[in-house]
Every structure is written in structure tokens, then in C-alpha cells.
Design a protein around this ligand. Structure first.
Ligand code: SF4
Ligand code: SF4
Length: 439
């Protein structure tokens, strides 16, 4: 039995399918002529534009602000002119309000230089993270400055950086850990200073030995007696990168019910978010570009790309030489938690980690049938829920009664659907139940 750490309950082992892009260095995609920047990039109210049509904007300049509630400002990914406002395609909401910028193709890229961040106070560092528009770019888009300000009644003692990247196909974090290790680790040091704590673990699944080696060297070089950064190799098991599972694997602490990680003294950030925090604090560079993986047998040239936020999937496809005749399905995000889309007319947001172009032999098209009560979905669920019961209640027209099965604790990892021999669309049933059930 492996001595590597992992979470204790459930989980599955889907094929990693990372071979198409794992060895491809991050490539900078040329800036398209036009970008569509969605106003609601984060959890909370969308930004209100601070620009009007025909305004000239500079790369990194402010184009949107949150006027109330949770949120972060929005910045121009390129130098150019505001073309107008409209609606853009969105993988989950069908469409969403956006700003269109016409790129000035003659403009030179803005250069950023290091600041002496060690001299800044915690409040000044937090203000820089907020002003740069940093959100959790590996997940749901939670504003990072809020995550870095845990409630005072929950003292935090541990930072965990999530480098598990357990979703099949995606290699964007893997490549950043190989190519930007020092920046990620310096981002971790910034976070430790903001939180006023000493210890950071970086959790990386054991199928990325090169990333474990590179990150271990960078962490050792940056660690001091005051701040230690330690790489923790993890067993390969999906969903190892989910926040609660990662915390339990590394610290043994179990986050109760609907509580936040700070309830057990932990703050978790993705490695790519740590790099965005490095950019925000050390370079004073706002978050307006994104490393993402484009993969699958349905795209002519799979790649790990650095793209501007607002780049449309259609521009990426054109840059990579088009799709192949085998293309059967397009997924934004990973195959386990992503969303199938039917249009290429969708812009990349701060949280888009990948777009997969999958061929027939990479997807399962078997029609679903009746539940045979095998119980496999119960065993696979890392939250210990009863997906089969939720689905049966939805089918019986009683989605409002599924709260008793913990439907709101489900984070839609897809393990249950993955193992189901009847191919039941359990996650879709659960999403429906969440819309109708009461907490
Ligand atoms: S999708 Fe929800 S119910 Fe299914 S395994 Fe994941 S957490 Fe459990
Ligand atoms: S895995 Fe599928 S068939 Fe088996 S109990 Fe769960 S829903 Fe039913």
C-alpha cells in the first residue's frame, strides 16, 4: 500500500490523458484583434464598466469596478479602444454582459518591474491583491483578498497550495510549476506574510515527478527559519485537488459541513493563483492573462497557451490550426467537472483552465438506464453522500426533498457518475435538485 498521503473516503482513478500536452512548454498566443471581457468573472456581483465606447485603454488599465458586495476590479488585457458593450457566450450561463476591446496591434506590451514587497504592511499587500483583480483562478473565482482575510475567530496556522491538478487532460498548473516555480514560491511567501503564519505545504500528485523536483528545489531555496515552504507529494486519486480533500490529505483535519477551510486553521490557494498573487504584489501587474490547456484528439495542435482574458475559443482554434474530423464534443474545463459547449463563440475568463476537443473514442455515449442499486456511487463519493437517492427523488418529481441526502454538500466532482454502470447522469440530477431543494 502506498505511503503517499490522500483523502480517506471515495475517489476514482480516471485515465490521466495528460500525455498530449504534459511535455509542451507554455506558448504565448498572439493577441487577437478583438477581445470580449465578461463583466462577471468572479463569485459575487459583476463589475460595472468604468469606460465608455471609443475610450482609449492601456494594457492593465481599469475597465470595471465592483460597486457593492464581494468582488474585484477588471482590467484591460490589451492596449486598444473600447468598441462597445454587449452579451458574450458563457459556458454555464449561456450568455453574460461583456465589454469588447479593439486591440491596438501596434502597441508595445507594458513592462512591469519588481517592487520591494517585503517592506509593505499586511494591509498594503492585501490592497495590492485586491487592486490587481486576483481571484481563485483554479476554481470557482472566489476573490483572493477575501480568502486572505479569514475571520479573527478562526486563527489560521497553515497555507496549502494546490498543485494536485487531478482533472484528466489539464496540464496548465503542471507546466507553470515547471516553468514558473520561483514565482509560485515567492507568491506563497507573500501569502504567508499576509496571513502572519510560518508554514506552507504545496500538494502535488505523484504522477508529476518533474514538478515535485522543480518545486522542491525552489521551495528549499526560498525557505527561511521564519517561513518554510514544503512540497508534499500526494497519491494519484481524483478529486485530490478539491479543497476539503486536499486539507484532509495533508493535515488530517476534516472541514465540517458547510464550513470554510479557515474553520480548521487552513487557507488553500491554487498554485496558479499564487503566481497571480506574485504578479499582483511583486510586479504590480493586474490579472488579465491566463495559462490554459487546449487538448483532445479533436484539435489539430494541442497546446499549453498563455492567452489574454477575453480571447474567444474560436480565435484559439484558428491559432492551433483548426479542429480534426474526429471532433465529437467540446468541454470547457476538465472532463470530470467541466461543461459541454456547443459554440466556439465563448471568451476565456480568469477561471478558464482548459478547453477540450474530444473525439468519439474519448467520450462515453452509452445511453443511461435504470439504477440497479449496486451502491458504487455511494462508495465513490468523497463526501459520503447518496447520489442514487438524490437522482431517484429527482426522477420521481421530488427534487425539493433531496436536502436530507446532503445535496448541498455535493461539489459536483462527478465521481458518482464516473463509476455508475447504468451511466446515469447523476451530476445533472444533482444540479437540478440544488435548484429546487431548500437548505
Ligand atoms: S458529484 Fe456530488 S454526489 Fe457525486 S461523488 Fe461528487 S460530491 Fe458525491
Ligand atoms: S452507481 Fe448507478 S446504478 Fe449503481 S446505485 Fe449508483 S446510481 Fe444506481
Amino acid at each position: 500500500m502506498s505511503s503517499l498521503l490522500t483523502f480517506p473516503k471515495g475517489g476514482v482513478h480516471p485515465p490521466a490523458s495528460k500525455g498530449l500536452t504534459a511535455n509542451l512548454a507554455i506558448e504565448v498566443m498572439p493577441v487577437p484583434d478583438e477581445l470580449e471581457i465578461i463583466l462577471g468573472q468572479h463569485i459575487g456581483a459583476p463589475c460595472t464598466p468604468t469606460v465608455t465606447p471609443k475610450d482609449a485603454v492601456l494594457e492593465g488599465g481599469l475597465i470595471g469596478e465592483v460597486t457593492k458586495g464581494l468582488g474585484v476590479p477588471l482590467h484591460a488585457p490589451v492596449t486598444g479602444t473600447i468598441k462597445g458593450f454587449g452579451m458574450s457566450g458563457h459556458p454555464m450561463r449561456v450568455s453574460a454582459p461583456s465589454i469588447t476591446i479593439q486591440t491596438d496591434t501596434e502597441a508595445l506590451p507594458v513592462q512591469y518591474s519588481r517592487c520591494d514587497w517585503q517592506k509593505l504592511s499586511k494591509e498594503e499587500l492585501l490592497a495590492k491583491v485586491h487592486a490587481a483583480g486576483v481571484i481563485g483562478i483554479g476554481g470557482a473565482g472566489f476573490p483572493s483578498h477575501v480568502k486572505l482575510s479569514p475571520p479573527p475567530d478562526n486563527p489560521v496556522d497553515t497555507l496549502i497550495l494546490n498543485g494536485a491538478e487531478c482533472e484528466p487532460y489539464i496540464t496548465a498548473d503542471h507546466r507553470q510549476m515547471l516553468e514558473r516555480a520561483q514565482e509560485i514560491v515567492e507568491g506563497a511567501l507573500v501569502i504567508l506574510k499576509i496571513l502572519g503564519i510560518k508554514k506552507c505545504f504545496i500538494g502535488i500528485e505523484n504522477n508529476k515527478p518533474d514538478a515535485i523536483k522543480t518545486m522542491t528545489e525552489a521551495a528549499a531555496a526560498a525557505s527561511t527559519p521564519e517561513h518554510t515552504v514544503v512540497v508534499q507529494p500526494l497519491q494519484v486519486k481524483y478529486p485530490q485537488g478539491s479543497e476539503k480533500q486536499l486539507i484532509q490529505a495533508i493535515t488530517g483535519r476534516k472541514v465540517p459541513g458547510f464550513a470554510l477551510p479557515s474553520a480548521v486553521g487552513v487557507v488553500v490557494h491554487n498554485v496558479s493563483t499564487a503566481r497571480a498573487i506574485y504578479d499582483a504584489v511583486v510586479l504590480s501587474k493586474p490579472l488579465y492573462e491566463k495559462v490554459m490547456t487546449i487538448s483532445g484528439k479533436g484539435i489539430k495542435r494541442p497546446a499549453n497557451l498563455l492567452v489574454k482574458v477575453g480571447t474567444k475559443v474560436s480565435d484559439i482554434v484558428e491559432y492551433l490550426g483548426g479542429v480534426t474530423p474526429e471532433l465529437a464534443k467540446i468541454v470547457m474545463g476538465g472532463p470530470m467537472m467541466g461543461f459541454a459547449v456547443s459554440s466556439l463563440d465563448i471568451p476565456v475568463t480568469k477561471t478558464t483552465s482548459s478547453v477540450l476537443f474530444l473525439a468519439e473514442d474519448e467520450i462515453d455515449t452509452t445511453p443511461h438506464s435504470q439504477c440497479i442499486r449496486c451502491g458504487w456511487c455511494l462508495n465513490a463519493c468523497p463526501m459520503g453522500l447518496e447520489p442514487k437517492e438524490i437522482a431517484l427523488y429527482v426522477e420521481a418529481g421530488r427534487p425539493q426533498d433531496t436536502g436530507q441526502f446532503g445535496v448541498f454538500e455535493c461539489f459536483e466532482c462527478g465521481c458518482c457518475a464516473y463509476v455508475c454502470p447504468a451511466k446515469r447522469p447523476l451530476v445533472q440530477f444533482i444540479r437540478l435538485a440544488k435548484m429546487k431543494a431548500k437548505r
